[in-house]
Design a protein around this ligand. Sequence first.
Ligand SMILES: Cc1cc2nc3c(=O)[nH]c(=O)nc-3n(C[C@H](O)[C@H](O)[C@H](O)COP(=O)(O)OP(=O)(O)OC[C@H]3O[C@@H](n4cnc5c(N)ncnc54)[C@H](O)[C@@H]3O)c2cc1C
Length: 478
Amino acid sequence: MSEALTALEADVRADLARIAHPHAAWLEPKTGPDGKPALDVLIIGAGQSGLAIGFGLMRSRVSNILLLDKAEEGKEGPWLTYARMPTLRSPKDYTGPDLDIPSLTYQSWHEARFGKESWQALALILREHWAEYLLWLRRTIGLPVRNGCELQEIAPAADGLLAARVKRGDAVETLYARKIVLATGQEGMGDWMIPEQLRDLPASSVASVADDIDFESLRGKRVAVIGAGASAFDNAATALEAGAAEVHLLCRRAQIQVIQPYRWLTFRGFLRHLGDLDDAWRWRFMRKILEMREGFPQPTYDRCARHAAFTLHEGAPVEAARQTDDGVELQTPRGVVAADFVICGTGIDMNFAGRGELAKFSGNVATWADRYQPPENERNARLGRFPYLADDYAFTERVPGETPWVADIHLFAIASTMSFGPSGSSINAMTTAVPKLVHGLTRGLFRADVERHWASLCAYDVPQAVVTRPARAREQSR
Ligand SMILES: Cc1cc2nc3c(=O)[nH]c(=O)nc-3n(C[C@H](O)[C@H](O)[C@H](O)COP(=O)(O)OP(=O)(O)OC[C@H]3O[C@@H](n4cnc5c(N)ncnc54)[C@H](O)[C@@H]3O)c2cc1C
């Protein structure tokens, strides 16, 4: 490691020591049915959200925690797996997992790793560097993470605990925890959408942007990309760069969406207080934002537009699709697009039942459609399927009393967005959203222990001073 990084790590330790107040431990581990101490919080997902949540908990002296991730170390989240852009899309100065500690920001890491001039010259953060930074952050803070561990099921256990069934290799173990946070990323509550018009096509001809696509095999082929968000463009560009003969990007709208609503919402008032508004306002804001969808940055567009093989089709929703002897035919109002391979960049749809780890309670998760009926001109069935969360990001029950233990399962992912605005769906919200979740978690742990705290106060007998009385006062009191 470079001297500069070693010095930065010393700065981090010094910064954290300066703001460590209050130091006092305040939790006592409960004992699980296996006789071992149960975790206070089990975090599923060691992507940037899981790391920041773990860090926030440790700063609140909740250190009996564990993070699990099914991915191998360094391969968490999209950055080194299915992200197909050279750089992050967000501006380089958006802070996030650092939770407002200057020495832990990406900028501090970048300057220590590559020099201040390199930071000045940098336009956008390389995604490989972002992934490396996240690993550095996790090690520097000392977060307890186990990779290669997949959460398979959550069930209630004795004494108000939750039982998490976890698979690691061929072994399966049960971990007990008071609370579980699901920081499981974009697809944590559902699936990448394949439009229903395409569902009868052979699986070998269709993929989603999150699939492991062999782009080399698309050399000389015709590729259709459905959707016009940033990931759709990234996949189109990757196909073009791999030598695809034609790449057609099919945009449903009459004109492509170039506004980025996530830039508009990046201010503390919205990020912190959207969740404090009533349902009508929350729905109105988030429907507008999520229906607009995220716009793409200029370099993302340019990466496609510079290839003669690229064609953008606007006003071209796919109405029907069929497999022919010569590949796939996609019917649109603007005519037929022929392709050998189709990539869908059409976003995520909620599907709680499709996620094994939610199986014990997926049928009783309250959704927005269960709790709020918007006016006719604001309806959106897809958004109605998002979970309706409590103010501490916990699931709420569709039928009260059937699975009350879901109040200790908290969700921090794109699916939390309808309830609170960006959470797990962009870096810009992390410094505001993660502390809000952490407060919710500590509030729940404190409230559940209130009798122990009361007994502790009543038994508290630690003198803070020794009172010595002068001899005259002693005589007078006789
Ligand atoms: C292609 C792409 C590019 C993006 N670019 C940007 C950008 O430039 N700027 C920005 O602000 N945002 C961006 N985002 C949005 C957001 O910042 C990322 O999605 C980010 O990865 C979210 O972090 P996360 O920790 O919430 O989820 P993830 O990084 O996805 O991490 C979730 C983790 O949970 C693990 N997991 C899931 N289920 C289980 C299970 N059952 N058991 C154990 N582990 C499990 C996964 O292995 C994964 O590592 C981008 C998103 C995508 C998809």
